[in-house]
Design a protein around this ligand. Structure first.
Ligand code: AMP
Length: 148
């Protein structure tokens, strides 16, 4: 039989689980789409945060959003990669977390999102919380009791 260390999990701080901003691949809102596609392809991530020049969170951009934009009726319109900017395509209505939010809030958001961006009270980007990190926390705190 397995059980969870409920207290340890619920008391885990978002800051302890966060991938800090300096380790997160990102693009800027005024980068051309081709730069975003390059970052996404080379990093292997399906989506990355979009920031402004002051490191404030603006949204998310994904490979799917870019490919959907360049896909015309009959062919790919690759010229759009240099004509359009990240801000023309990004999703700016995204859920966010603050470092002082509780674990249950983070858990709820990662059900529908593979990662959630974390910002401070001024909107400055602090990092991301991934679903993988949450699952790892559960796996680490899963205890096998003597009873089967
Ligand atoms: P993972 O759970 O590690 O597979 O990450 C899930 C998603 O979170 C990835 O597909 C990316 O969109 C995002 N992600 C994870 N780590 C990073 C990172 N270091 N920089 C940018 N995005 C990341």
């Amino acid at each position: 039989m397995y059980s969870f260390d409920k207290e340890i999990i619920l008391n885990t701080k978002i800051e302890e689980l966060m991938v800090s901003s300096d380790k997160v691949a990102h693009v800027q809102f005024d980068n051309p789409l081709e730069h975003a596609l390059l970052v996404l392809t080379k990093s292997g991530y399906s989506a990355v945060p979009v920031l402004d020049h002051a490191y404030r969170l603006k949204g998310l951009i994904s490979t799917t959003m870019i490919m959907d934009t360049v896909l015309g009726i009959q062919s790919f319109e690759m010229e759009k990669l240099s004509q359009l900017k990240v801000e023309d395509v990004m999703n700016s209505s995204i859920p966010t977390l603050k470092v002082n939010h509780d674990f249950m809030r983070a858990l709820g958001l990662t059900i529908n999102h593979p990662f959630v961006c974390i910002e401070d009270d001024q909107g400055f980007f602090r990092g991301i919380l991934t679903r993988r990190t949450i699952i790892k926390l559960f796996a680490k705190n899963l205890n096998k009791s003597m009873q089967s």
